[in-house]
Design a protein around this ligand. Structure first.
Ligand SMILES: [Zn+2]
Ligand SMILES: [Zn+2]
Length: 207
C-alpha cells in the first residue's frame, strides 16, 4: 500500500511548477478522453495505483468490490469523535492518520514529508474501537479510508474517499517545513480538513 501512495504522490506537481501544470490538459487514464479538473478516480488494485477517469469510464467500475478496477466513491461521512483515551490506546506517534483496509489486511498510514508512512496498528485495540464506533468498520476496501485527526482534546473521525488521503499526503509532502511543519503547511492542512467537514454528512443520517 505504501508503494501505491508513494506512486500517486510522486506524480504530483513539484512546488516550483504549478502554473505549467494548471495549463496541462488532464486526461482519462483509461480511454485518454479529456477530463475536467474535478473528475473521478479509479483504483487499480493490481498495480496499487490511482487513475484519473472520465465519467463513462468511472461508471463502468462503480459496482463491485472485488474487481481489479474500482471506482472511488464520493461519500464523506463524519462520525462521533473518539475520546483522547481511545486515540492514545492505539499508541500511534502522530496526531493524524488514515486507516485503509486492503484485500491483504488493514494498514495505518500517516502523512509525512517523505510521503505516506505506514506504522504498526494494534488490531485488537482497533477492533474494540470499531465495536464502539461502527463507522470505523464501514470504509470500503481499497477505495475508502477512515481519517482521524486529533486537535487538542478533540479526536475527529471521518470516512473519506481514498483520493482525499492522497491529496492530504501530497499537501504535507509539498508544504511541510522543519519540525512542526511551519505556518503554510498548517494553514493548508486546516483548509483541507475544513473542506472535508463541509462535505461530510453525519454517519447514520447519510441516506
Ligand atoms: Zn475514460
Ligand atoms: Zn485525477
Amino acid at each position: 500500500m505504501t508503494s501505491r501512495l508513494r506512486r500517486f504522490v510522486g506524480a504530483q506537481p513539484a512546488a516550483a511548477e504549478p502554473v505549467a501544470v494548471q495549463q496541462q490538459v488532464e486526461r482519462c487514464e483509461m480511454c485518454t478522453a479529456q477530463v475536467a479538473p474535478e473528475h473521478g478516480h479509479v483504483v487499480d488494485v493490481e498495480h496499487r495505483s490511482l487513475m484519473c477517469a472520465c465519467r463513462p469510464c468511472y461508471l463502468l467500475f462503480v459496482k463491485g468490490d472485488n474487481g481489479r478496477y474500482r471506482a472511488v466513491p464520493d461519500r464523506y461521512l463524519v462520525g462521533p469523535g473518539l475520546t483522547p483515551q481511545e486515540w492514545q490506546g492505539l499508541g500511534l506517534p502522530i496526531s493524524t492518520a488514515f486507516f485503509l483496509r486492503g484485500d491483504s489486511g488493514l494498514g495505518v498510514f500517516y502523512p509525512s514529508p517523505a510521503g505516506a508512512t505506514e506504522c504498526l496498528l494494534d488490531l485488537d485495540v482497533w477492533s474494540g474501537l470499531t465495536r464502539a464506533h461502527p463507522m470505523l468498520g464501514q470504509a470500503r476496501p481499497e477505495v475508502e479510508a477512515i481519517l482521524i485527526r486529533q486537535v487538542e482534546s478533540d479526536v475527529e473521525c471521518y470516512l473519506v474517499p481514498i483520493d482525499a488521503c492522497y491529496q492530504l499526503v501530497g499537501t504535507v509532502r509539498l508544504y511541510w517545513k522543519g519540525f512542526d511543519g511551519g505556518e503554510e503547511a498548517r494553514e493548508r492542512i486546516d483548509a483541507f480538513f475544513a473542506d472535508i467537514r463541509s462535505k461530510a454528512k453525519p454517519f447514520g443520517l447519510e441516506a
